[in-house]
Each structure stands twice: as structure tokens, then as C-alpha cells.
Design a protein around this ligand. Structure first.
Ligand SMILES: [Zn+2]
Ligand SMILES: [Zn+2]
Length: 146
């Protein structure tokens, strides 16, 4: 299966489709995402409630299976000043699979821009729900913490 458009929105079947949407979105932002990672809870579950603050550059996910709360990427550094707001899908549900993408500085492995891709586990809508300029350092370490 692949991405399909219904009205204003895109829908997909899994992380691969979310990644395509993150790439598409990032190209229109000039900093193209080239590295990606899907979020998984320490319990193995992959659906989360999501809160973020683009101004502060912080996102927090809560596992819908075990309730574990995690600050994504380098968000712990900015969480104190963040006003995190929950995300809700257009269908009204609040549970998402998360696929992070980062754009890197030229000739570097350092994060330049962060994209937070989501796929609704209820209606399969995919989209970038948040993105921000991010000095997250080494992309491998950053993506290991999403
Ligand atoms: Zn969990
Ligand atoms: Zn939905």
C-alpha cells in the first residue's frame, strides 16, 4: 500500500508511509530530512499520546500500553520552558505511531531540523504534526532517543 489523499489529508499504512510524508513535507521546508527513526516504548509498544511545543522545541510521548512518559530527542533540555500541548487527530482520536526525521548540516552528522511525523492508529492519517530548528547534535544519538 502507499500514501493516498482524501480531501486535504494523507493516509498511510505504516512507518514507511509516514516517512514518505516527512520527506515530502521537509522538501517544502528547504531542509530535507535524510535520517529517520520510529519511536518504540521500552515495553515494545509503538502507539503514543503526543504533546509538543514547537517554540521551545520539545516533545513528549506517553505510551498507551504502559503509561511510560518519554521526552523525545533532546527535549529534556527544553522541557522546563515548554508549554506542551496535546495533539488530536482530525478524527478525534489521540493515539499515534511516531516517526521522527532529521535534516543534517552539510558534511556533518549533526541535526539541523527536526520533523515529528505521526500516523493515527484509528483513521491512518499521516502528517508532520510538529517541526522545529533543532541543535540536537549527533543524529545517531538523537534518533536513538526519540
Ligand atoms: Zn510502554
Ligand atoms: Zn485519526
Amino acid at each position: 500500500m502507499a500514501l493516498r489523499k482524501k480531501g486535504r489529508y494523507w493516509y498511510g499504512d505504516g512507518p514507511e508511509d509516514t516517512q514518505v510524508e516527512v520527506q515530502r513535507y521537509s522538501k517544502s521546508n528547504a531542509y530535507v530530512a535524510t535520517r529517520f527513526a520510529a519511536s518504540a516504548c521500552t515495553c515494545g509498544h509503538r502507539s503514543f499520546r503526543l504533546e509538543s511545543d514547537e517554540e521551545a522545541g520539545a516533545a513528549r510521548r506517553t505510551c498507551t500500553a504502559c503509561g511510560s512518559v518519554h521526552l523525545m530527542g533532546d527535549s529534556a533540555e527544553y522541557a522546563d520552558e515548554a508549554e506542551l500541548e496535546g495533539h488530536e487527530c482530525v478524527c478525534g482520536e489521540e493515539t499515534f505511531e511516531l516517526l521522527s526525521g532529521v535534516a543534517l548540516y552539510t558534511d556533518s552528522n549533526d541535526v539541523r531540523w527536526y520533523y515529528l511525523g505521526c500516523r493515527c492508529t484509528s483513521c491512518s492519517l499521516v502528517g508532520v504534526f510538529a517541526d522545529w530548528k533543532c541543535e540536537g547534535g549527533d543524529a545517531d544519538a538523537f534518533l536513538a532517543a526519540v
